[in-house]
Ligand binder design. Sequence first.
Ligand code: BGC
Length: 349
Amino acid sequence: MSITKKYFGKTPDGKEVDMFTLSNSKGMVVKVMNYGATITSIIVPDRLGKLDDVVLGYDKLDDYIANKLYFGAIIGRHANRIEDSRFIINSTEYKVTKNEGENHIHGGLIGFDKVVWTAEISTKGQNECLNLGYFSVDGEEGYPGNLNVKVTYTLTDDNALKIGYFATTDKDTVVNLTNHSYFNLSGQGSGNILKDEVMINADKFTINDKNSIPTGEIESVFNTPMDFTKLTPVENGINSKYQQIEFAHGYDHNWILNKDEEKAAEAFDASSGRVLDVYTTEPGIQFYTGNFIYESKNCKDGANYSNHSGLCFETQYFPNSLKHKHFPSPILRVGDEYNNSTIFKFSTR
Ligand code: BGC
């Protein structure tokens, strides 16, 4: 496994952005830039050994800066939504940026996806590791506490990309980090993901209101189109007259992971034979079928994107957790370390 670094561009305020290329002995290549700690490419073989890039993205830094879809980026401090853009920690109310109507989404106007991270390469055993760092100051987007964040990317020879998430704070705060890659296992730009089969190891999910905010209710997936306990084609349920799906124009919900086995989710694309397995320490996963990908022309390698061009597995604490005491707490206390990881592992069959 090796990592190389190349200049990629400059932000409008003059900060240098580099592109890091992680390669393994199986021909898998992952590209990550330090703007937004963003995954810009994942190139993996299909069942015949043909290589394709399986994540949505752009060729140019300017397009990532203008991007409102969070392609490949790290999301923080809080992935997904906070109702009314406020929450209480230790009896103090904090107001965070309203950037989706009255609500807060994906860390605010300038979330961790829109900042330049520090980057260094280190060696861990057999593997080189890309370490990205960001210091989020007290009050940024309304969040309390100076937060020291580190995200690590490691590519191993079994075609697994491991993302490590770490953070410490000097004031009790909230942390909920995820990666927002949009996968298309037939190759980015090759059409939609509706024929993909998906498994989510979850018997329950959190019910949303019409603004995609969890109400606190927890529902069984069984006998509903939310049942992905066995590999199921996305197209089977995505257009069903089930209120939760109608609200979101497709799948865009938090599944509560069973945690009885290591694997959290899987996607299988029968045409290429590519399999994506997801492992995580997090309690939930937002399975999102790209319902709001607007028509975009001339994206990465000239690709055009539209609705359902990719799917996301956003491992996370449940959205709106600060409002619901029975959800796992995303609060990080002074002296504790936020330490979570997610693995995206690729294979074929
Ligand atoms: C959300 C979607 C949203 C998308 C892009 C997902 O995490 O659940 O509702 O459209 O991110 O912001």
